[in-house]
Design a protein around this ligand. Structure first.
Ligand code: PMP
Length: 747
């Protein structure tokens, strides 16, 4: 090979090299050539580049200063020529050699980042009006505007949290960038100003090589790509990004629209990079280098999603001296809200939070903060999960109708859902909320038994309709409630954490039998309970309790209703909460997580009960079971399965509980840690307290950007029920902040 190169250089260029060494290259083979004390780079293109394209790139380089590689003409004046190697034809080019250290070999500081910005700004300004039909006609997958050409590669990402992250940014690219792409300036850009293409001398960027990814793209992509690579080793990502943006803007003023999409263009470059490297890794499973080299890109993306995009944009604008963007203001919104809404719709926190966007387990406020969501169980598979969003968009654009017509989605989804139940629970009724499901379930129990009385648990909650409130001790026995209705019979909680003792089996049985005998005076229709009581303060029912209760209720002729609205769909580490208790209910109520925030609820029951309910009166819900809801419900079930989220709830939930128990051993203020999977409760108590400290802890967590809530009698329990995609890293953040708050208290 070397001999061939030597003779090629001599015949074509008249150069007699004193030294030739092979250089690392992504696709092409490059040689460093020294001759007469001068250095050159001989490039041999192994890719798909055409002669016309290489010529077109050469013409671009001719426009630029000698800080860029320049081609050396052959003796006959050719700048690109063909070379035969082992019987195959390649194109070759001899280029000037640029001195300097690769940026990747340095720890970059503000001066280098500033110089990178101005270097790129100058280069882009120089090419702004340059036209090249060959380059403009080129369409390749590394051009950031073509990011979606790589979307299918997400299937190679095996780690669920990483795949979800990549898919999230593709979704945002489609939502935030694509609709506005025609408003973005286009220009010929180098499109790959990464740390191994950028040369530094004396603390300043002085050269850029490798124009293989050149494209006619959004101008702002030049900056987006450079920023992505420059941030790898940085602590403060936005501050470092601004050091590049600011000086770029001084050379080539940016437009506001460009800054509006920059955050997502930076992200999408990272995503395109990890998608391609993961694909490569799947083709070369033994190549450790690929896996290692993609690590910083993944770390970057995991960090980038925790940065509020409004904050990033505001900082980018400041770096370019644009005036502050007008964003909606929390006080104004509150004033308007109070005008049109009743105060009975309560707000969380003393000073309410104004959210405008959310991403998986994070929520972004309008004023630039990012909260870790450890509370919103409804966003079961994560806020704006890309697959759920896709399902909504696709079905909403296709058709939405109701169950009086036949359509595939309904039966598909119903079958998928019923697959999650034991055989005897084989009929489903779709509604739009947990409350509507409770309401329908109560009607079914009553029609089936032809009786009225319902047994309910102390501190249980099942819905906001009149019938729902009537079976919710949490509502009827507290402020504003009218007390126990005539046809509801409350069973005392068997686990009375608040009095610090638990009843034994004989006492449960006595309580159950007493409530049943009271109910029987008007005729027992059924028993409704959550297997872990959420509103009571995440209170699990003790082992054997539901089994005994179901037996006694059935003996008395009642049916058993399990409310899985809060804990269903895998949250507790089993798909349904009742599975912890070795029972099978007669009726199940579903809601909250079922549609990941879209209003869907359902009642699942036996054929016998469904037959009794079919008594001549039509059951119709205008929205229940509509095609859009079914598409969403189906996507949620598929995600739980594909992303192994029940397993995640077990793994992360156990870790979370263990970490909380460790804190409990250390800090006397933690009275109890309870719950299963990602449905946890922490009860705080101080000696001689007159008022619970837990709401204060919730506020302190909020100050540290973590969302939780309080519940249970006296609001003593901190409720933790994050999206099921919560990670151990998220747990560590939660624990470290809780520890900080509680240690401060104990001191
Ligand atoms: N059951 C339980 C256990 C609940 O927690 C809730 C809501 N908090 C409901 C039923 C009612 O659901 P929805 O708010 O969707 O009507």
């Amino acid at each position: 090979m070397d001999k061939l190169i030597v003779s090629f250089l001599e015949t074509q260029y008249g150069i007699i090299p004193s030294k030739i060494s092979k250089m690392e290259g992504y696709e092409n083979v490059n040689f460093r050539v020294t001759a007469n004390e001068k250095k050159y780079v001989l490039k041999i293109y192994k890719g798909e580049e055409s002669f016309e394209f290489l010529k077109a790139v050469d013409d671009v380089l001719d426009q630029l200063t000698d800080q860029f590689p320049k081609s050396i003409p052959t003796k006959t004046g050719k700048k690109v020529l063909s070379i035969q190697i082992e019987g195959k034809e390649y194109y070759a080019q001899l280029l000037t050699y640029l001195e300097g250290t690769f940026m990747g070999d340095l720890t970059t500081d503000e001066t280098i980042l500033n110089s990178l910005g101005s270097f790129l700004g100058k280069m882009n300004a120089n090419l702004l009006s340059y036209r090249s039909p060959h380059i403009e006609a080129r369409n390749h997958n590394w051009d950031n505007q073509n990011a979606l050409m790589n979307e299918h590669l997400t299937s190679h990402i095996k780690d669920h949290s990483k795949r979800r992250l990549a898919e999230y940014f593709y979704l945002q690219f489609k939502e935030v960038v694509v609709p506005f792409q025609y408003q973005l300036r286009k220009a010929i850009i180098q499109g790959d100003a990464n740390e191994w293409n950028t040369l530094v001398q004396n603390g300043e960027v002085t050269g850029l090589i490798d124009f293989g990814d050149i494209s006619y793209s959004y101008l702002i992509n030049e900056l987006a790509i450079a920023v992505f690579y420059a941030l790898f080793d940085k602590e403060n990502l936005v501050e470092s990004a601004c050091q590049i943006i600011k000086t770029y803007h001084q050379e080539l003023p940016l437009e506001e629209k460009e800054l509006e999409v920059l955050y997502y263009l930076i992200a999408i470059r990272g995503v395109v990079s990890v998608c391609n490297s993961t694909h490569q890794a799947s083709l070369q499973p033994d190549n450790q280098y690929i896996t290692v080299s993609q690590k910083p890109a993944w770390e970057f993306l995991e960090k980038w999603i925790t940065i509020n995009p409004f904050f990033a944009e505001d900082e980018f604008r400041k770096a370019c001296n644009f005036k502050e963007k007008n964003r909606s203001n929390v006080n104004e919104l509150l004033q308007n809200r109070n005008k049109v809404m009743s105060k009975s719709l309560s707000l969380s926190y003393k000073s309410p939070i104004h959210f405008e966007k959310a991403a998986l387990q994070y929520m972004y406020t309008a004023d630039g903060n990012t909260y870790l969501d450890a509370y919103n169980n409804i966003k079961h598979v994560g806020h704006c999960h890309p697959k759920v969003v896709k399902a909504i968009q696709k079905q909403a654009a296709t058709m939405n109708t109701n169950t009086r017509y036949v359509f595939e989605n309904l039966t598909n989804y119903a079958s998928l859902l019923l697959d999650k139940f034991p055989d005897k629970l084989n009929k489903v009724f779709f509604v739009n909320s947990g409350s509507a499901a409770t309401d329908a379930a109560l009607r079914m129990a009553r029609v089936h038994t032809n009786r009225k009385a319902m047994l309910v648990m102390e501190e249980g909650y099942h819905g906001n309709t009149s019938a729902g409130i009537d079976v919710s001790h949490y509502k009827f026995s507290h402020q504003g409630g009218e007390g126990e209705p005539n046809d509801s019979f409350t069973i005392p909680l068997p686990t009375t954490h608040l009095q610090n003792n638990s009843l034994n089996q004989t006492q449960w049985k006595t309580n159950l039998l007493l409530s049943i005998s009271n109910a029987k005076t008007i005729g027992l229709a059924g028993f409704i309970a959550e297997p872990i009581l959420g509103c009571a303060g995440q209170v699990p029912l003790p082992n054997g309790y539901l089994k005994l209760a179901y037996e006694l209720v059935r003996e008395a002729g009642g049916v058993c209703i399990a409310d899985e609205v809060q804990i269903g769909f895998g949250r507790t580490g089993k798909f349904w909460g009742w599975e912890h208790h070795d029972v099978i209910p007669d009726i199940v109520i579903l809601g909250k997580p079922m549609g990941n925030g879209h209003p869907i609820g359902a009642v699942v029951t036996t054929s016998e009960i469904a037959n009794s309910f079919d008594n001549g009166m039509e059951f119709f819900s205008s929205f229940g079971g509509n095609p859009v809801s079914c598409a969403i419900g189906k996507s949620v079930l598929e995600i739980i399965q594909d992303e192994d989220l029940v397993q995640n709830a077990i793994k992360v939930g156990e870790y979370f509980k263990h970490k909380l128990e460790e804190l409990k051993d250390k800090l006397s203020i933690i009275h109890d840690v309870r719950g299963e999977g990602l449905f946890l409760g922490v009860e705080f108590r101080r000696s001689n307290e007159t008022e619970s400290i837990t709401p204060w802890i919730k506020e302190e967590l909020k100050k540290r950007f973590i969302l939780t809530s309080t519940d249970g009698p006296g609001n003593r329990t901190l409720k933790i029920k994050p999206p099921m995609i919560f990670s151990k890293k998220n747990v560590d953040e939660f624990i470290s902040k809780l520890n900080e708050i509680l240690s401060g208290l104990e001191n």
